[in-house]
Design a protein around this ligand. Structure first.
Ligand code: NAD
Ligand code: UDP
Ligand code: UDP
Length: 334
């Protein structure tokens, strides 16, 4: 069976949230996994449990520089994903998306490897069409604070398609919609990590706008989809949406997280950030047909697992500090 063939697989961004779950799954499947990361947002803690596995190798490397290794498959995940992180050094974000893609595509071309790109729903920008299908071209601001990420990822998609057309590369592009789960960075400013940390610390949950904007998903389903997409024999011919078509409003998300964590935190309303997309709802018909895939994890189950992870991290890092202590008195969770 094809899936059981042992392969040498490179995962860039492998020490990050999604990358570490992907490495874990591939190691479990007995592949030889090379994890490449510059630890910009990822940490060794995320992959510490894999370091002793003989079929796992870690390399500190920045994908904006060339990389010469011999592999059969490449999952290109390297790129900060949360708005706080990718806006911290926007030029580096674009370089990572664009130069990183060129280098990984050049590597794939040289060694004739199949290559997967972690793209994003942000290529649709503040979409004018709902739900978003892969043939929607998007509504993206090219010069705003989110543009380094959105346009970087759009350019990476262009490069993937051109390497396919021009050099005959076997490519896979996943347009990933919001994903949450254990090993999310607790300080990445994203909605689930923010709400979880706020609820567990008894702080108000910061809802942007009136909280009616929608999104959501979970990590187990997503890793399954990545591997199916990489392994499918049928060439998708272009990007494939991966996400949960079931929309949840951010207000409902906040209320569920308060209930699941047993918190008494109030909800607090803040202005919407610039260019914040209003609805994110994937049309996943292509993934359903091509991969026989759809998300299964129930929101409450995913949130329970995520809450356990964040609770353990808080307990490990700040045993003695009361939940209602001012932020300055708490140790940073990095
Ligand atoms: P993450 O920030 O946890 O992981 C990204 C990893 O890439 C980190 O380990 C980071 O250190 C590494 N990295 C960043 N720049 C690098 C560079 N120049 N060279 C080498 N390594 C570098 O983010 P994540 O949530 O795991 O996202 C993984 C990928 O999936 C990203 O490409 C992201 O754009 C994409 N994605 C994620 C989501 C989501 O909801 N999590 C949604 C859409 C797309
Ligand atoms: N590259 C790499 N590893 C390889 C082969 C190429 O990192 O094994 C990088 C190299 O920096 C190169 C880029 O990928 O500039 C694009 O390679 P390609 O062969 O497509 O184009 P080139 O610029 O070499 O003509
Ligand atoms: N959001 C929110 N409160 C927060 C963080 C985010 O209401 O503390 C909202 C935000 O307005 C957006 C949605 O949650 O509509 C998802 O934002 P996130 O930063 O998680 O992801 P991204 O913008 O990258 O999709």
């Amino acid at each position: 069976m094809k899936e059981l063939t042992r392969k040498r697989i490179l995962v860039t961004g492998g020490a990050g949230f999604l990358g570490s779950h992907l490495c874990e799954r591939l190691v479990t499947q007995c592949h030889d996994v090379l994890c490449v990361d510059n630890f910009y947002t990822g940490t060794k803690d995320n992959i510490a449990h894999l370091l002793d596995c003989p079929n796992f190798e870690l390399m500190r490397h920045d994908v904006t520089f060339p990389l010469y290794v011999e592999v059969d498959e490449i999952y290109n995940l390297a790129c900060p994903a949360s708005p706080i992180h990718y806006q911290h050094d926007p030029v580096q974000t674009t370089k990572t998306s664009v130069h990183g893609a060129i280098n990984m595509l050049g590597l794939a071309k040289r060694v004739k490897a199949k290559i997967f790109q972690a793209s994003t729903s942000e290529v649709y920008g503040d979409a004018l069409v709902h739900p978003q299908k892969e043939d929607y071209w998007g509504h993206v601001n090219p010069i705003g604070p989110r543009s380094c990420y959105d346009e970087g990822k759009r350019c990476a998609e262009t490069l993937f398609m051109d390497y396919r057309r021009q050099h005959g590369l076997s490519i896979r592009i996943a347009r990933i919609f919001n994903t949450y789960g254990p090993r999310m960075h607790p300080a990445d400013g994203r909605v689930v990590s923010n709400f979880m940390m706020q609820a567990l610390r008894g702080e108000p949950l910061t809802l942007y706008g009136d909280g009616s904007q929608t999104c959501s998903f979970f990590v187990d389903d997503m890793i399954d989809a990545f591997i199916r997409l990489m392994n499918t024999d049928e060439d998708p011919g272009g990007p494939v949406n991966l996400g949960n078509p079931h929309e949840v409003s951010m207000r409902e998300m906040a209320e569920r997280i308060v209930a699941i964590t047993g918190s008494s935190s109030p909800l607090e309303f803040h202005p919407l950030p610039t260019d914040d997309p209003w609805h994110r709802q994937p049309d996943i018909s292509r993934a359903r047909e091509l991969l026989g895939w759809q998300p299964h994890t129930l929101l409450d189950d995913g949130l329970e697992q995520t809450a356990r992870y964040f609770r353990a991290r808080i307990e490990a890092s700040s045993e003695a500090v009361p939940a209602n202590a001012p932020a300055a008195q708490r140790p940073a969770l990095t």
